[in-house]
Ligand binder design. Structure first.
Ligand code: MZP
Length: 497
């Protein structure tokens, strides 16, 4: 028996100290992009996500609908493995068949569509802008970008040039002659315009809001042979992996993840070995969950594409009470981050870390990223939203969505929680979480908070944030002092909390 000297701490027990905020630290400059799979230090990961949020491998969370929405905002879902192989493969296929696009900014226009039609379609959106391209032989040339109001004025002869004032801005954008797309992009960046044109075969096919540009860029950089498909992941287990992995690969899953509450096992190593032998470096399989450096190294050596950290912290989890196993999420993460960094230094291989479970609010997410997590996995967060597959119902005048753990009787996830192939006792609860609206709104708000935290800490990339974040543990007494000491509060604007 051995007792570790440190106390097991949660993410709530830390705060961030601000760093120097420079002129570079603007919301537009902050890149939340994260590597998803192992890569050589100094090189780029073959799979990156623009928003470092992935959805939990759970029945109540990761359906094709949620996967499409999350991929559209730059994150990734893992379709759950607590179902027949054919059903899971069909879910993956449904996401892969969905045409890629960016929800708020997407205005899809077929080739040869007249400009008038493009404009009509745009006017039904909140874009308030039209993109003008030259018709005829030099279609790939971009002329200018103007507000819809100005466009109508121009059509009625009130304006002579393509350069116009953007709605609500004083910036004059002048594109006197036709310019190439790269020049147009330069112009848009220079003038801080909110949109970017996307051309395909010389035609305008959509507009991308600038705030989605990172997602768009990352998506395009990472998309295979120009094929526009949304990304999706899938859970696997260490029992039927010889059948499940080939079916999911065939369906087009971009990344797989072993789904287990305790990943420090020979079974996970065997599964990783199978994937490596069958597919070499072409199939990425994440592993976990772990809470210390020994387990991290074991899975990293076995070839895990990424390692998931966290045991017992999930909002629906009773593992700590049932089995006495687990570790506070902050302590677990800090120990594994240390091992990950040592591994990178020793071997030259960077294995991304996913912080999984117990991230109850956005500040926990910021804390996990500051501590060194590359991305975060969320169950409760996504279960509350319109796009999750669970039922929405009203209890006492309040709207809720159902949320149940994979270790609950309802989920019957024997591959993850079974004892000798079946569930003898439960490790999860079945309940309700307050309904919180649309995924698009919630993720946008969370992204804004993460960006704001990073700006306060003087970081514009997650790598800088890992390096420069300064954290301090808080005493129980100081934690009670949250700063909001008022008798009656108006309801928060943040409906997601
Ligand atoms: P949370 O985001 O809801 O706090 O936690 C989600 C995570 O809890 C999942 O990704 C998974 O690792 C874990 N989980 C899922 N089911 C159970 C359970 O029934 C559980 N105990 O702990």
């Amino acid at each position: 028996m051995k007792i570790l000297p440190e106390i097991s701490r949660t993410l709530s027990e830390y705060l961030l100290i601000p760093g120097l905020t420079t002129e570079d630290c603007t919301p537009d400059n902050v890149d939340l992009g994260a590597p998803l799979v192992r890569h050589q230090v100094g090189e780029e990961s073959a799979v990156r996500i623009a928003t470092p949020m992935v959805s939990a491998i759970m029945q109540a969370v990761s359906s094709p609908t949620l996967a499409v929405a999350l991929a559209q905002v730059g994150g990734l879902s893992f379709i759950h493995q607590n179902q027949q192989i054919e059903d899971q493969a069909a879910d993956v296929l449904a996401v892969k068949r969905h045409k890629a696009g960016f929800r708020t900014s997407e205005v899809t226009v077929a080739p040869q569509t007249p400009l008038g039609e493009v404009t009509r379609r745009l006017s039904g959106t909140e874009q308030g802008v039209a993109v003008v391209t030259q018709s005829g032989e030099t279609d790939s040339e971009f002329l200018g970008i103007i507000s819809l109001d100005d466009f109508h004025l121009e059509r009625h002869g009130a304006s002579e040039t393509v350069g116009h004032r953007m709605r609500g801005r004083d910036t004059l954008v002048t594109a006197e002659a036709s310019v190439t797309l790269s020049e147009a992009n330069e112009l848009i960046w220079q003038h801080h315009l909110d949109v970017l044109p996307v051309l395909e075969d010389g035609r305008v096919v959509s507009l991308v809001l600038k705030r989605d540009y990172q997602a768009h860029k990352t998506y395009h950089r990472a998309s295979v042979d120009g094929e526009k498909r949304l990304r999706v992941g899938a859970g696997i287990n260490s029992r039927d992996f010889k059948d499940r992995i080939p079916a999911l690969v065939e369906a087009g899953a971009d990344v797989l993840c072993l789904d287990s509450s305790d990943g420090y096992s020979v079974y996970q190593a065997r599964t990783l070995e199978f994937a490596r032998e069958e597919y070499g470096d072409d199939v990425f399989v994440g592993a976990g969950n772990v809470v210390d450096g020994r387990a991290f190294r074991y899975l990293a050596d076995a070839g895990a594409a990424f390692v998931k950290v966290g045991i017992g912290g999930g909002a629906i989890c009773t593992t700590r009470a049932q089995k006495g196993i687990g570790r506070g999420q902050a302590s677990a993460l800090l120990a594994v981050v240390e091992a990950r960094d040592a591994y990178a230094q020793e071997t030259g291989v960077y294995v991304p870390l996913c912080c999984d479970g117990g991230l109850l609010n956005d500040s926990h997410m910021a804390m996990a990223l500051a501590m060194g997590a590359d991305f975060i996995m969320l169950g409760r967060y996504f279960a509350r939203l319109d796009e999750s597959p669970s039922r929405k119902l009203q209890i006492g005048g309040q709207w809720y969505k159902e949320y149940w753990g994979e270790g609950s009787r309802r989920a019957q996830n024997a591959a993850r929680y079974g004892q000798r192939g079946q569930m003898v006792f439960e490790e999860g609860v079945d309940g309700y979480v307050p309904y919180a609206g649309s995924l698009y709104d919630n993720v946008e708000r969370t992204r804004a908070k993460l960006i704001s935290t990073m700006i306060s800490c003087g970081s514009t990339t997650l790598r800088d944030f890992h390096r420069d974040a300064v954290l301090v543990p808080v005493s129980a007494e100081s934690f009670k002092q949250t700063g909001a000491e008022i008798e009656v509060r108006r309801p928060a604007i943040d409906a997601g909390e």
